[in-house]
Each structure stands twice: as structure tokens, then as C-alpha cells.
Design a protein around this ligand. Structure first.
Ligand SMILES: C[S@@+](CC[C@H](N)C(=O)[O-])C[C@H]1O[C@@H](n2cnc3c(N)ncnc32)[C@H](O)[C@@H]1O
Length: 265
């Protein structure tokens, strides 16, 4: 299953299967605005913007935000969060591997959970370097999976691996994307700072998490064949009953919004 196509298939449930809520995104926006010393002229680009979870607060506060995404369905989910598209938001449907902007176009480029999807990471980082203004910021971020959900995922992975050929767990573009981002950008003259923008508690019932897996909301489910997936999910449901007890049981643990902030030195 091609990953980019799959985001279109799960666009309508994407937000509920993740854990960055709107109030948390507001706090993260405060952090980012302070970090980049934003003023009313500061311009932002998010390649792989998806449903706009990360930048919606910036748009609402009037900052100039441009987003590119290969999935029209993901962009439509973002559009639905706004009564109409405000003049400070530009959404482009396309492949972010080639950024259609002139040199020195943006003050801040933000990527969140998307680098694994570009076809050539080196070229993509060159492009970011090209379109950033002097003294601009490249923020590569992730919201780490809360440990309790990671453990839940591990149970599923273990079961799924029994039904899969070993090579089918390989992710697309894996080899080409194995470059050291920090080293690569340091060679281009960037300094890197690792920052934690926000930590917060995430709570889900087992039955809710199970329903996300049934909907094949995560990459590990997409890469499995239909047959392997159906066998695995059946066994996983049985394991959930045995291991966790009633499916109304809640799992709680901490999530974290991490940023690797790159600035030209
Ligand atoms: C895991 S989602 C992350 C969305 C958003 N950044 C977030 O943090 O919620 C990855 C997004 O990248 C998009 N994407 C994947 N490959 C892309 C590409 N080559 N160009 C543009 N968008 C891409 C997908 O359609 C999807 O919306």
C-alpha cells in the first residue's frame, strides 16, 4: 500500500487517531512563536501539512501560513475546520519533494511526521535550505507516541509479524532516507537545538485504541496484506481481552512535542 494514498483513505479519522488536541496545539504555537521571535510579518511553511493540526492556531492568530500536501482529502479536512479560507492561509495540493517557491521565501519551515515520506531526504533538505530566508528557522518536530500506546502497538506488531513475510515490514524509501539530518544540516552551516515544546497526558480506552487499529489508522497496518492484517487483528482483539480485561479500561501516559530547531549560524 502506498503511504501517501493511505493518508487520503484515513483523512476523516486522522485527527481522532492521533493525540495532539487543539488546546495543546495552542500551547505549542505559543512556544514556536517565542522560539522564532515571530512578529506580524513572520511567514511559515509546513510541507506535509495534513489536516493542519500543528498550524491551525497560527492561522487563527493571523500569521501567514502556507501548506503543501499530496493528499487533497487531508487538505479538505483542514479546510473544514475553517468557515472560509482566510487570506493568510495558502494550501497547495502537491508533492513537497520539490518546493515550488523562489529562494528565501519563508522565515520558518516546519515539518512534523513527514520526512519519512519524501522521496529523497537530501534533496528535500537542500530545498528547505534554499527557500529559507537568511536567519530563518527549520523546525523538524514530532509528537512522540505516549509509552502506553507504544506498548499497545508492540503487542499488535508482535502478532502481525507472525503473519507477515519479514521483508514486508520494510518501509518505502527506507534506504534513501537514512541520512543523518543533523550532520547534513551542520555541513550546510546550521546549528541545532533540541527542545521540548510541551508534555501532556494522553488517555484512551482500550476499545477506542482497538477501533483505530481496526480502521488501519497507522502505518504498520497499511503495509500488511489484507489477509495478514485480518488474521492479526482477530488475534489482537483476543489478546486485548486477556491482557487488559474489560475494554473500557483506560491507558494513560505522557506525550511530548519535540522540536529540532535548526538556524543558520
Ligand atoms: C503523518 S501525516 C502528518 C500530517 C501533519 N504534519 C501532522 O503532524 O499531523 C503525513 C502527511 O504528509 C503528507 N505527505 C506525505 N508525503 C508527502 C509529499 N511527498 N508531499 C507532500 N505531502 C506529503 C501526507 O499526505 C500526510 O498528510
Amino acid at each position: 500500500m502506498v503511504k501517501n494514498v493511505y493518508y487520503s483513505k484515513i483523512a476523516d479519522i486522522y485527527d481522532q487517531t492521533r493525540w495532539l488536541t487543539e488546546p495543546i496545539a495552542e500551547d505549542v504555537a505559543d512556544f514556536i512563536l517565542t522560539l522564532v521571535k515571530a512578529n506580524s510579518e513572520t511567514t511559515f511553511l509546513e510541507p506535509g501539512i495534513g489536516t493542519g493540526l500543528n498550524v491551525l492556531p497560527l492561522v487563527r492568530r493571523g500569521y501567514s501560513v502556507t501548506g503543501i500536501d499530496v493528499s487533497q482529502e487531508m487538505l479538505n479536512q483542514f479546510r473544514q475546520k475553517l468557515h472560509s479560507i482566510p487570506p493568510n492561509l495558502k494550501l497547495i495540493h502537491g508533492d513537497a519533494s520539490q518546493l515550488p517557491f523562489v529562494d528565501a521565501s519563508f522565515d520558518v519551515v516546519l515539518t512534523v511526521h513527514m520526512l519519512h515520506a519524501v522521496s529523497n531526504l537530501g534533496i528535500f533538505l537542500d530545498e528547505i535550505d534554499r527557500i529559507l530566508k537568511p536567519a530563518g528557522f527549520y523546525l523538524n518536530a514530532q509528537w512522540i507516541t505516549p509509552p502506553a500506546r507504544l506498548e499497545f502497538e508492540q503487542h499488535f506488531k508482535t502478532i502481525l509479524s507472525k503473519y507477515q513475510e519479514p521483508q514486508s515490514s520494510q518501509r518505502p524509501h527506507r534506504v534513501i532516507n537514512e541520512i543523518n539530518i543533523e550532520g547534513y544540516l551542520r555541513n550546510k552551516g546550521y546549528q541545532c537545538n533540541y527542545l521540548i515544546a510541551k508534555e501532556w497526558e494522553v488517555t484512551n480506552q482500550i476499545q477506542e485504541l482497538l477501533s483505530f487499529y481496526r480502521s488501519r489508522a497507522y502505518g504498520l497496518c497499511w503495509l500488511a496484506s489484507d489477509e495478514a492484517f485480518h488474521l492479526a487483528i482477530e488475534e489482537f482483539e483476543a489478546l486485548c481481552h486477556d491482557h487488559y480485561g474489560p475494554l473500557e479500561v483506560e491507558l494513560s501516559s505522557q506525550a511530548r512535542f519535540e522540536i529540532w530547531a535548526y538556524t543558520a549560524s
